[in-house]
Write a protein that binds this ligand. Structure first.
Ligand SMILES: [Zn+2]
Length: 257
């Protein structure tokens, strides 16, 4: 069985000396690919270094919407440098977060726009964070699509079937994370099961969002199997078939083939 964790944050800042163990346990549990996502310049650079030395690891470079108000101009230059040097497979994570609201909305919008344009300029997929902002995110991405092609992943998707349909209509992929496994997430499981399999990605968002039965603990990519199994059951297909399809999807999105 081959699984692909399409969204995780693996770096020494978050895992310390255990990073090697985290990667080993991921591989032992069938995770053959991981996209390590940036939230600041420093972890984006660490992700690029990890991807350069570890087989099966890809990386994204970006500044998280909750952090953009703390970024100085040099920090954005470092993101652009990673991308223009060909040291990133994707741009992000970026987006709009109207829930936490730690960064002023106009600064979030400004950085979302920068990330979108960077992704479009280099033909890279965009990794999108959206929280209580799906309307504005979809509108912004629709405007971007009017300017040129754009591949995007809405990560840790929790929207409705209508919102999912709109994202699919724009050609995007939806990533499902650990909350899909929560007992209360019946509606989300229904949405996930209704989406064409070729647009589904699965992710841990490690070290966050641990799935059942590990909820509340530090997450890591080896736990992806719990979320994948839950999504496979929801669709009435085998875990192996679900893993093969979503791994192929992730490779198509992040390796652009
Ligand atoms: Zn994330």
């Amino acid at each position: 069985m081959e699984l692909f964790d399409s969204h995780c944050h693996l770096d020494p800042m978050r895992y310390g000396d255990d990073l090697g163990g985290v990667i080993e346990r991921a591989r032992a549990s069938g995770v053959v690919g991981m996209t390590v996502i940036g939230t600041r310049a420093i972890d984006s650079e660490a992700a690029a270094e990890l991807a350069a030395r570890e087989p099966g690891i890809l990386n994204a470079a970006g500044i998280h919407p909750n952090d953009v108000h703390e970024a100085d101009p040099d920090e954005w230059d470092r993101i652009e440098r990673l991308v223009s040097a060909g040291r990133a497979a994707a741009v992000g994570e970026t987006g709009l977060d109207w829930y936490r609201d730690s960064a002023p909305r106009e600064v979030q919008r400004e950085f979302f726009d920068r990330h979108i344009r960077l992704a479009q300029r280099f033909g890279l997929p965009l990794v999108v964070h959206t929280r209580e902002s799906i309307r504005d995110v979809l509108d912004t991405l629709r405007e971007a699509l009017a300017r040129g092609p754009l591949t995007a992943v809405l990560h840790a998707f929790t929207g409705s079937l209508t919102e999912a349909a709109e994202a699919l209509d724009l050609g995007f992929h939806l990533g499902f994370a650990g909350m899909t496994t929560f007992r209360s997430a019946e509606d989300l499981r229904t949405v996930a099961a209704a989406i064409p399999l070729e647009r589904v990605l699965v992710e841990t968002d490690s070290p966050f969002l641990s799935p059942e039965p590990l909820r509340g603990r530090r997450n890591e990519p080896a736990n992806l199997i719990h979320t994948a199994r839950c999504l496979a059951i929801g669709r009435g297909i085998s875990l192996e078939a679900f893993a093969a399809a979503t791994t192929a999807n992730a490779r198509r999105v992040f390796l652009q083939r």
